[in-house]
Design a protein around this ligand. Structure first.
Ligand code: ADP
Ligand code: MG
Length: 736
């Protein structure tokens, strides 16, 4: 018998499920509805749990009051209505040891799901009904359908993997397990693309063992090492792709050496400077405040990137209020010091305009050489470009950018428009990154070079106030370097956060708003989030403002801000609020990011449970932006334990990073990674929380493989990565 060569994963991706025994048209369609088209898809559908038949709980020794998973065959099933008219389905089960009853209310379909002969796993709490042990509304996994031949097969293997079977697709866990077993047997040994030396150093099992161990373990103890290896592979593929992308960018890049040194950052406010000093020095010498230690450290990292010939791709993370703006400004000025321009992109028009105002304020008085006048100088020109700027003004800005007479342009995604050209774009800053997709970031980076007369790649700084745990950042922003502002400007006080549920607590909240306004401060009231409807949300904000004006906040000047208002109306309201003509701003989440009104000292969030933890933290960050003691009130009861945990976490902590970790725990990782990449590259087994060590190991292995050129374009690893990217990207990444 000749030895078959070990198979690559990609070869399994080329085998359609229709080649499996017993998989006809109907099952092909059923599998397709689960996103499974080929054998690779099938093998990466991992079990949800296992029944260890060596240590199964017998029906005869279930204890009342305990949660248990029991496996049994349906021997009788009946449906009727209770006296209250509820549908009630009763099933009797047996195993070798005894019998047992399960009861379902309002789930009439269970009668069809569980015909006599079906074997299933029931998970729930054991109760006692008139001396009989039973389960009410348990979770059910059908393992074996009612037809006989399948039942014989169920005797094979002592640990049975339970797949996320789908009633909708009409596939039982047992059928799926059968397809997987056949696939594994027919595939034979699998080629392992990871060197044995790496595997033994990291104590990882080989690839063949990992797939067998996760799907067909002989012993439950084989599952954890199998899972570990498969999780490692998920991380490794991801990190390899990131490392390859990064290398390509670096190879193809023509960066700019901006004229900035670390010494430029040592300038303190009030220091003397002469007219020939750089803008960065003059700016810091004139600035309102001294940089925090964290701001200095981060700026030194940025200055290093700016001065190097490699284009910067850096993520700056800093909690709300940590002072990211001054960092961005310094980077933009370094670009102008080199005779180039800067662009600052914000996610909303309100924010773009706010940035424009604060840049103009902070940069007032700075002058640069005016090349059109011999020996002349002119003030820095900072201009706005959003969808709202009028055509004539817009034209002027576009011309100024082309000619180089506009130094900094601040805008929204309007900055991505194709008509934009720069004389020489040196630095791009993107604020509040979470609103921008990865694609937009790439578009901006790619266009940077094409858009300038100067053939060079601008340096890119991405800023985010959404604290991302370190591990998550390695995955989501793995192609960026990372700087963290982990220190707040001095004098900030923790925001006092209260979760107000009872009428008395809520009354106290509104009283606080009145007190603060009486003391000359301002307040935000955030109206409930309405899923997917700006319009309905706007209506509810309008109503809430009217209600508050008549009731709790009678006599105060209330303003309104929502997404359906015209841009100019929004500006006007924001200006009035800033100026103190409006005491209380009733708003939807449009104010979520970045808005900076230091006199605002109270924020009330209605129906707070509807907001995510990160979003609530962002909202809370609208206050506490000066040395005033500020307050945040979260209104309303929580409908679930998870929501209660979220609100309590906010009460307990002001630390965005700590909250981000909690959020990751509460929500799982799906949401975080959700929009990251499509399809197969999702982390299915790997967990950022549990497998941090594997992630770090995978990153190290990936970067050393890429650095040492160990990925032959036609080798097994590159081949495997092709499963996760489209052809065009593969050609780009693997071309030699
Ligand atoms: P964010 O990181 O949320 O964008 P900002 O840059 O808007 O924060 O800064 C928040 C507030 O703190 C602003 O009013 C800003 O002027 C002020 N600030 C920033 N850095 C310092 C500092 N080093 N010392 C004192 N105040 C500062
Ligand atoms: Mg900001």
């Amino acid at each position: 018998m000749s030895e078959a060569p070990a198979r690559r994963l990609r070869q399994l991706g080329d085998v359609p499920v229709s080649q499996l025994r017993n998989v006809g048209e109907k099952r092909v369609a059923a599998l397709a509805s689960l996103g499974i088209e080929n054998v690779f898809d099938l093998l990466t559908l991992y079990p949800r749990r296992y029944i260890d038949r060596t240590k199964r709980v017998d029906l005869s020794d279930l204890t009342v009051g305990e949660e248990a998973a029991v496996f049994g065959e349906v021997t009788a099933i009946s449906a009727r209505r209770t006296r209250q008219g509820r549908a009630m389905v009763e099933a009797s089960l047996t195993d070798e040891s005894g019998s047992f009853k399960v009861v379902f209310f309002n789930q009439a379909w269970r009668e069809r799901q569980l015909p006599i002969g079906v074997q299933a796993l029931f998970f729930g709490k054991v109760s006692d009904y008139r001396g009989q042990r039973q389960m009410t509304n348990p979770v059910v996994d059908v393992i074996v359908g009612a037809s006989g031949d399948e039942r014989d097969a169920s005797k094979v293997g002592r640990v049975v993997a339970i797949y996320p079977a789908s009633g909708k697709a009409g596939l039982t866990s047992w059928e799926i397990g059968g397809f997987i077993e056949e696939s594994l047997r027919r595939a034979g040994p699998l080629l392992d693309p990871v060197p044995t030396s790496v595997l033994s150093r990291l104590d990882l099992v080989d690839r063949t063992a990992s797939f067998w161990g996760i799907h067909l373990p002989e012993d439950i103890a084989q599952v954890p090492p199998a899972r570990r290896r498969l999780a490692f592979d998920e991380f490794l593929r991801l990190q390899l792709l990131l490392a390859l992308r990064r290398r390509r960018l670096e190879e193809s890049s023509a960066g700019i050496r901006h004229p900035i040194t670390e010494g430029d950052l040592d300038v303190l406010p009030g220091s003397l400077y002469d007219e020939s000093s750089s803008l960065v020095r003059r700016f810091l010498a004139n600035h309102r405040f001294e940089l925090t230690g964290a701001q200095r450290r981060v700026l030194a990292e940025i200055a290093h990137d700016l001065a190097s010939p490699m284009p910067m791709h850096r993520l700056l993370q800093g909690d709300v209020g940590s002072g990211k703006t001054v960092v961005a400004l310094t980077a933009l000025l370094a670009s102008i010091d080199g005779g180039r321009q800067g662009a600052l992109m914000a996610p909303t028009e309100v924010l773009a305009e706010q940035h424009l105002a604060s840049l103009r304020r902070d940069l007032a008085g700075l002058e640069i050489a005016d090349s059109t006048v011999l020996g002349g100088v002119r003030p820095l020109s900072i201009q706005l470009l959003t969808g709202r700027v009028r055509v004539k003004d817009r034209q002027a800005v576009l011309e100024g950018l082309r000619a180089g007479t506009v130094d900094i342009v601040v805008g929204t995604h309007a900055l991505l428009s194709d008509e934009l050209r720069f004389r020489a774009l040196g630095v791009i800053v993107i604020d509040e990154q979470h609103r921008f997709g990865v694609e937009q970031r790439a578009a901006l980076r790619d266009k940077g070079r094409e858009r300038s007369d100067e053939p060079a790649d601008p340096d890119l700084l991405v800023m985010t106030a959404t604290p991302i745990p370190r591990t998550a950042a390695m995955v989501v922003f793995g192609d960026l370097d990372r700087s963290v502002l982990d220190e707040m400007p001095e004098g900030r006080r923790a925001i006092a956060t209260e979760w107000s549920q009872t009428p008395m607590e809520i009354a106290a909240c509104w009283q606080k708003v009145r007190d603060e306004v009486a003391a000359g401060r301002r307040a935000y009231v955030i109206c409930p989030l309405v899923e997917d409807s700006d319009r309905v949300e706007a209506t509810s904000a309008v109503q809430e403002r009217t209600r508050l004006a008549l009731e709790e906040l009678r006599g105060l000047a209330l303003g309104l801000l929502h997404g359906q208002m015209k841009g100019t109306e929004k500006d006007e309201v924001m200006a009035q609020f800033r100026a103190g003509e409006i005491d209380v701003l009733v708003a939807t989440v449009v104010i979520e990011v970045g808005v900076d009104v230091p006199e605002a000292s109270v924020i009330v969030v209605e129906d707070a449970w509807r907001f995510g933890l990160a979003q609530l933290h962002q909202l809370r960050g609208r206050v506490g932006r000066s040395d005033l003691q500020s307050y945040c009130f979260l209104l309303g009861a929580a409908p679930s334990d998870e929501a209660a945990a979220r609100l309590q976490a906010l009460v307990d902590s002001n630390d965005g990073f700590a909250l981000a970790e909690i959020d990751l725990d509460l929500r799982g990782e799906g949401t975080l990674l959700g929009s990251r990449q499509r399809g197969r590259s999702d982390l299915r087994l790997a967990s950022l929380r549990r497998d941090e060590d594997l992630l770090i190991a995978a990153r190290d292995v990936a970067s050393s493989m890429v650095r040492r050129n160990e990925l032959a374009p036609d080798g097994p690893m590159a081949d495997e990565l092709r499963l996760f990217v489209d052809d065009e990207e593969a050609d780009y990444l693997f071309k030699s």
